[in-house]
Design a protein around this ligand. Structure first.
Ligand code: AMP
Ligand code: ZN
Length: 430
């Protein structure tokens, strides 16, 4: 089942022709309407006429998060102010927020892409969708909300937190799909467990869309098992509309990225050079279908790779592998490059480890991992605690090549945030 069968199964030739046409149109618009791009292109001596093929995109300069901050609040606006209908900002997980504007048509095309994602996972008009993401300036909840309504799904705009109320809504309105951060999904599973409620027996939940923050395959499997549902990885960023940029289909083997709307490149984060297909690097996106705020070669800082083999679902849009972290997430500890996801992967693969963890860096490079244990698997006896601790240390050592200190804590000891999870506290002195 497709939402837009023509565009979702478009062949390579037609897709590339469409991408090229849209790229040139966007380049002409920004050269005319956005001073920032006019000057940036002039500085490198390039104009839309120099772009003869899609591959020529690499001649264009990048746009970075810093550029968005420097042009705040509206330096990248490409349409008249009175044609803007919505402002969103990024969550500001990495500092000052970035302002993103939408025209009415932009809102509609973001909802279109979202509707494609819903249908791709098997959601139909008879589903009930509980949106457990933050409503407001953050794009996460609203863009998905509009997509669900476009499809004709009943939407419960629950927002995050207040698990008791979430549960009541789920029971009373027979929620079948939720949109939730992976960290809140684990917390909610714990909440149900404490109340002795089996999701499979008492609730109608079938699917969860999990995203907004990095998580591992092991975490997804844990969520699926605990809640008895299918969890789909949902990727997006405010700068590119929010959610609905890339999403998993039922085969869960990478996230289809909607290439008619986004021109995808993977570059070496240090060199800025395009990498051969399939290699892992930084995702760079150009908006191909946005009016209010087109972005050219935007450096997302997210690390991923492209899967180009055809997918069994029939969609021709290539897939992104699970986001391995952000270039600015990488920790350098005693000279070793470590991504928090590597640590999460190890923790979530050990049966006695619970649902929450924290990475602490202190002093000159001392790493402490705090991990909650899982009461249903682990009896809390001291000798077992030591065994679990050793198991974590050894497994981590072979994954990240250093031996951190590991502290095992009872379930519920670590704070859970309503928005994006904070997994790293870096208080190093240098
Ligand atoms: P925001 O602009 O506040 O929506 O944050 C977007 C950022 O959240 C992205 O650039 C990613 O770093 C992260 N993110 C969003 N979805 C996912 C996902 N499914 N997996 C990993 N990271 C994600
Ligand atoms: Zn597929």
């Amino acid at each position: 089942m497709y939402w837009d069968s023509k565009l979702e199964t478009i062949n390579k030739e037609e897709l590339e022709a469409l991408q090229f046409k849209r790229l040139i149109k966007i380049l002409k618009t920004v050269t005319k309407n956005v001073n920032f791009y006019k000057e940036k292109f002039k500085a490198v001596g390039i104009s839309p006429g120099d772009i003869k093929t899609l591959a020529d995109v690499k001649k264009l300069p990048f746009t970075t998060g810093e550029d968005l901050k420097a042009t705040y609040p509206d330096g990248l606006l490409a349409i008249k102010k009175e044609d803007v209908v919505r402002l969103h900002t990024s969550s500001g997980t990495t500092g000052k927020p970035k302002a993103i504007f939408f025209s009415a048509r932009d809102i509609d095309s973001a909802a279109e892409l979202m509707a494609r994602c819903f249908v791709m996972t098997g959601v139909t008009r008879s589903d009930v969708f509980q949106n457990m993401m933050t409503y407001g300036l953050f794009t996460g909840a609203l863009v998905m909300h509009y997509g669900a309504e476009k499809l004709g799904v009943l939407v419960i705009p629950a927002g995050p937190g207040n698990s008791e109320r979430q549960l009541t809504l789920m029971k009373d309105f027979k929620t079948t799909v939720v949109h939730i951060t992976p960290s809140y999904a684990l917390y909610f599973a714990d909440f149900l467990e404490k109340k002795g409620i089996s999701s499979q027996r008492y609730l109608s939940l079938k699917r969860a869309f999990i995203g907004a923050e990095p998580h591992t395959e092991e975490t997804r499997q844990k969520i699926e098992k605990l809640l008895g549902i299918d969890a789909y990885n949902s990727y997006g960023l405010s700068e590119m509309n929010g959610p609905g940029v890339a999403f998993e289909c039922i085969y869960k083997n990478g996230m289809h990225i909607w290439e008619d709307n986004f021109l995808v490149e993977i570059i070496g984060p240090a060199t800025g050079e395009p990498l051969p297909e399939g290699e892992k690097g930084e995702l760079v996106l150009t908006t191909l279908n946005r009016e209010a705020m087109p972005l050219i070669r935007y450096r997302t800082r997210d690390i991923t790779s492209i899967i180009s083999e055809p997918c069994k679902c029939g969609r021709t849009h290539r897939r992104l592998t699970r986001i391995a972290g952000r270039t600015d997430d990488m920790l350098i500890v005693r000279g070793v490059n470590i991504f928090p996801q590597q640590i999460e992967k190890v923790l979530m693969s050990i049966p006695g480890v619970g649902k929450n963890y924290l990475i602490k860096l202190e002093g000159l490079d001392e790493m402490t991992i705090q991990a909650e244990f899982d009461l249903s698997v682990f009896d809390g006896q001291v000798e077992h605690l030591v065994q679990l601790q050793n198991q974590i240390v050894n497994k981590l050592n072979s994954e990240i090549l250093i031996k951190p200190k590991v502290e095992i804590l009872p379930p519920g000891s670590l704070a859970v945030s309503e928005g994006k999870a904070k997994r790293v506290i870096d208080n190093r002195t240098i």
